[in-house]
Design a protein around this ligand. Structure first.
Ligand SMILES: NC(=O)c1ccc[n+]([C@@H]2O[C@H](COP(=O)([O-])OP(=O)(O)OC[C@H]3O[C@@H](n4cnc5c(N)ncnc54)[C@H](OP(=O)(O)O)[C@@H]3O)[C@@H](O)[C@H]2O)c1
Length: 446
């Protein structure tokens, strides 16, 4: 088990090796106040790595192709004028990408790989006939830095927050991506049954994974709940002053990662998910409600010129190591192939590749938020799960999905957050539970 001391030592070594102390201080002074500062948890592998890769490559283009994606339900003709706070400034001339990871070594390997991918992408852009010079300008102003944090150990979070407060004037985006799935085994009879009765569902929302349950973190809370839900809540609260800083002149965005497998499977009193047999699906269900409720609270103040907005996205089915415990390496390859089969027979929910699984988060990170308002207002296809604060701001009870067509062209799907408004009381209670626990931990700490 990693100790806090070890993490801190690694952090110091890391900073020395990058000669980044001076660099970071310099950065906080020269950083353009329109460039995003993006914090992403679990950035070193899987979907988190894909998000970093896609974000960097998109922003190296003057008009990132992802900003042209319109979910099918959004008629382009209804586009309204941007509101200043909703904007993401494009072309984007620089970025600070903060990899919030529990292993500095793994993050450093990923960081080097990201820079290589970006350099290759920039090289390709510069050799295209219509090259406009933007990619090289952007590349010059790209900073990718690593700050350690372990969501399963709450005492690492204040240190992480302090480091950021010392070195950056604001945070524009917090991407809550890290997550664990405590899958332990496949229940083969259920697997075969689901494969025979509904093969596509078996490959999209499997109901045959056994999970370990009852595990408690070193802080004494439900382990999965802490890693997937409360750790991110604590991070969001700690970073609130950076997220709400007026130095970044647009609304900041917190993007919560859910899953197609989100499902309520716990009693109200088990909100730390210690007793449920499905802590993973339940943690994702809570994530969606918490994101909705926090956004409702953010929109509540109608006069606020600066808001911290909250959105929910998921990567569909992406081929990562999240279920590596379950199957042998050989079956892992077979699973990869079967995912392609699912896509070829028409499933939109199998992006498979990391950077394709990243499209929903990246899209939400760089579109103008006015697009979402128009979308929700014009959305006839859903039940009335959107509510307004009475002043034109619409809170979407929606989650955004990474999808592709059968050829693998990325798009963004939209689905309702199950129970959205119907469960708004439950959402309030969940946020209240998190908030009072957070406050009691803070009081004990200070
Ligand atoms: N893959 C899918 O098809 C899929 C589908 C739906 C939703 N999701 C969601 O997407 C997110 C990313 O999953 P993934 O598939 O990319 O999984 P993954 O490949 O296992 O990556 C998970 C990432 O989270 C980090 N992490 C785990 N526990 C952490 C902790 N206590 N503190 C800090 N970081 C921690 C891991 O760091 P280490 O490298 O140090 O372990 C890793 O970087 C998760 O929230 C997952 O629920 C994935």
């Amino acid at each position: 088990m990693r100790t806090v001391e070890k993490i801190h030592t690694q952090s110091i070594k890391l900073v020395e090796s990058y000669e980044d102390v001076q660099n970071l201080c310099f950065l906080s002074i020269t950083h353009s106040m329109t460039w995003p500062t993006v914090v992403i948890t679990g950035a070193n592998s899987g979907v988190g790595f894909g998000i970093c890769q896609r974000l960097l490559c998109q922003l190296s283009e003057k008009t990132p192709p992802d900003t042209l994606i319109k979910p099918q339900e959004l008629p382009g003709s209804q586009q309204k004028d941007d509101i200043e706070g909703d904007r993401f400034v494009l072309p984007c001339e620089g970025i600070t990408l903060i990899m919030a990871c529990r292993s500095v070594q793994r993050a450093e390997v990923a960081r080097q790989k990201l820079l290589q991918i970006l350099d290759k992408h920039v090289e390709n852009l510069t050799s295209s006939p219509n090259y406009d010079g933007h990619a090289e300008l952007f590349r010059k102003n790209v900073r990718i830095v690593i700050h350690p944090v372990d969501l399963s150990s709450l005492e690492t979070i204040p240190k992480f927050v302090q480091e950021l407060e010392k070195n950056y004037p604001y945070v524009s985006h917090l991407i809550c991506n890290a997550g664990i799935a405590p899958f332990t085994a496949i229940d083969w009879p259920s697997c075969i049954h689901q494969l025979l009765t509904n093969p596509l569902a078996a490959l999209t929302t499997p109901r045959y994974y056994r999970q370990s349950w009852g595990e408690v973190s070193q802080d004494g809370y439900g382990y999965v709940w802490q890693c997937n839900v409360f750790g991110h809540y604590t991070l969001y609260k700690g970073l609130y002053s950076l997220l709400s800083s007026s130095k970044y002149g647009h609304h900041s965005r917190v993007i919560w990662t859910s899953s197609l497998e989100s499902k309520k499977s716990y009693d109200a009193k088990d909100w730390q998910l210690k007793e449920t047999r499905d802590p993973y699906g339940s943690s994702k269900y809570q994530t969606e409600l918490i994101s909705l409720e926090l956004d409702r609270r953010a929109l509540h103040d109608i006069d606020a010129s600066k808001r911290v907005r909250h959105f929910t996205a998921h990567p569909g089915v992406t081929h990562t190591n999240i279920d590596l415990n379950l199957i042998s390496p050989l079956l892992h390859y077979l699973k990869h192939f079967v995912f392609y089969l699912a896509r070829w027979i028409g499933s939109p929910n199998h992006p498979i590749a990391l950077e394709k699984g990243a499209v929903s988060v990246v899209w939400l990170s760089i579109i103008s938020l006015s697009t979402l308002t128009v979308f929700c207002a014009s959305n006839q296809g859903f039940k009335s799960n959107s509510s307004s604060n009475g002043h034109g701001s619409v809170r979407p009870a929606l989650k955004f999905a990474a999808q592709t067509d059968w050829r693998g062209n990325s798009c963004v799907g939209v689905t309702e957050i199950e129970g959205g408004e119907a469960h708004s009381e439950e959402a309030k209670e969940l946020v209240d539970h998190c908030e009072s626990l957070y406050q009691s931990i803070e009081t004990a700490r200070t």
